[in-house]
Design a binder for this molecule. Structure first.
Ligand code: GLY
Ligand code: MN
Ligand code: MN
Length: 436
């Protein structure tokens, strides 16, 4: 990170400070998780902690005090040469203060003592309630300890609010700094899909394609996928979260890949569906085009003039008409919509917010229960699909078709930008890529 980037995180803390009034925000970083004995899962910082600190070491926490004497305090690991010999560099409080621009920094072992001192006298605590029972207990214990000191004039907080009520609206609108990272994350994921599409052939295993995706991610400095990659051939694509990726690919299969990478904390999330043979069959083409048309209809509804649910409704109309044409659903479009009969073949929503979390922070409705208006700087996915599980009610030639087309999209002043445009999705473009 350069100085400009540290300033961005500092600015976010300042915005939060203004939003919490006289309250105190407490944000814990994620715990390291033991895989077995002394082996750990690779570390992934908490997204709220990342958003407000930019600090990626485990065993850290952040206190942001609002009110008359606002300040920001980072708790982190002390420098420890022994630990550094085994596990690598540690910033330590002194360096962290200078670089990450906190008002104060302390050894994490001082958290309880300092938190008690700083929280006293504030009415309200904001933290991520209900996420980790140990954190809930810790916060409650701090409040209890302060209450016990009431008679000596110490005031304990008496209000607790989930920090998402103030932080999620911030996270929902991405800054130019975040958009640059997300654009790059989307570019790298697009390259990975293109590599996988070119590589795919019948009679190999799904995990061989997954390896190509991971290879392309890592070649570009990605340390982790944003979620478990899905490489689903044939009927496996009808399992929405299929991650076994261990089947042998058969001639004539469609392959659905849903894979994205995490760059500096930010997720990309792309799905492409292509024929392993290099050419879609007539039936595959017809279903694929229906999903692609649904996606085009949804994309047309992404601009500041539209609300969150408009793309979903647009995609649904196209899909319902398609399901009728294929004889999968019967009755009028309205009936199929009202009864939810379409859900047998399209059972998920057409997208989600995208950002530090693949299903990112942020409400989808306002307090008045209306769908949120789309605004410049919001980032979302658009991912209609169609999944036909074997059933005696359904013509056998349709069985096991599973298709999803998913792009990452930024809402702009006058419309939108598809961040994942580098991965082709028309029938002609995919067949051309496979022929290379
Ligand atoms: N890959 C998760 C999703 O598409 O929502
Ligand atoms: Mn998605
Ligand atoms: Mn996805």
């Amino acid at each position: 990170m350069n100085n400009k980037n540290y300033q961005e995180f500092k600015k976010r803390r300042e915005v939060l400070t203004n939003k919490i009034g006289d309250g105190v925000a407490i944000i814990f970083n994620a715990n390291e998780v033991i895989r077995n004995r002394d082996s750990r899962y690779s570390y992934r910082p908490d997204s709220y902690f990342h958003y407000f600190s930019g600090f990626t070491e485990p065993q850290s926490a952040l206190i942001i005090l609002g009110g008359k004497s606002p300040k920001t305090i980072l708790f982190c690991r002390n420098k420890d040469i022994e630990m550094e010999i085994w596990n690598g560099f540690i910033y330590g409080p002194k360096k962290a203060k200078e670089l990450f621009l906190f008002d104060e920094t302390y050894d994490i072992s001082l958290l309880d003592d300092i938190a008690l001192k700083e929280i006293a006298g504030h009415e309200k605590i904001y933290y991520r309630a209900g996420q980790d029972v140990l954190i809930d207990q810790k916060i409650n214990y701090w409040i209890k300890q302060l209450r016990e000191k009431n008679r000596s004039g110490i005031k304990a907080p008496y209000l607790v609010e989930d920090i998402s009520s103030v932080a999620d609206e911030m996270r929902l609108i991405k800054s130019d700094f975040e958009i640059d990272i997300m654009r790059r994350s989307a570019e790298i994921a697009s390259l990975a899909h293109n590599r996988a599409i070119k590589f795919a052939k019948p009679h190999i295993y799904e995990y061989e394609i997954e390896a190509e995706i991971l290879h392309e991610f890592m070649r570009h400095g990605i340390r982790s996928p944003a979620y478990q990659s899905i490489v689903a051939s044939g009927g496996n694509a009808c399992t929405l979260h299929y991650v076994d990726n261990n089947s042998k690919i058969q001639d004539g299969d469609l392959i659905l890949i849903d894979a994205g990478c995490e760059l500096e904390g930010y997720a990309s999330d792309i799905s492409r569906t292509f024929p392993v043979s290099g050419k879609y069959t007539k039936i595959q083409k017809d279903f694929y085009q229906m999903v692609l048309d649904a996606q085009s209809a949804a994309l047309k509804k992404i601009s500041p003039k539209h609300q969150w649910n408009d793309p979903h409704e647009a995609a649904l109309s196209v899909l319902i008409d398609g399901f009728k044409e294929f004889g999968l659903c019967h009755g009028s479009r309205d009936e199929i919509y009202e009864t939810g009969a379409y859900k047998e073949f399209y059972m998920h929503r057409t997208g989600h917010w995208l950002g530090l979390d693949v299903h990112d922070a942020g409400e989808y409705k306002n307090i008045s229960d209306e769908w949120k208006q789309l605004k410049p700087g919001m980032t979302l996915t658009v991912e209609p699909g169609c999944y036909i599980r074997p059933s005696p009610k359904i013509s056998k030639e349709f069985w096991n078709i599973g298709i999803r087309i998913e792009d990452d999209v930024l809402v702009t002043q006058d419309g939108h930008e598809v961040l994942t445009k580098d991965s082709p999705k028309t029938i002609e473009a995919i067949e051309a890529l496979m022929a290379k």
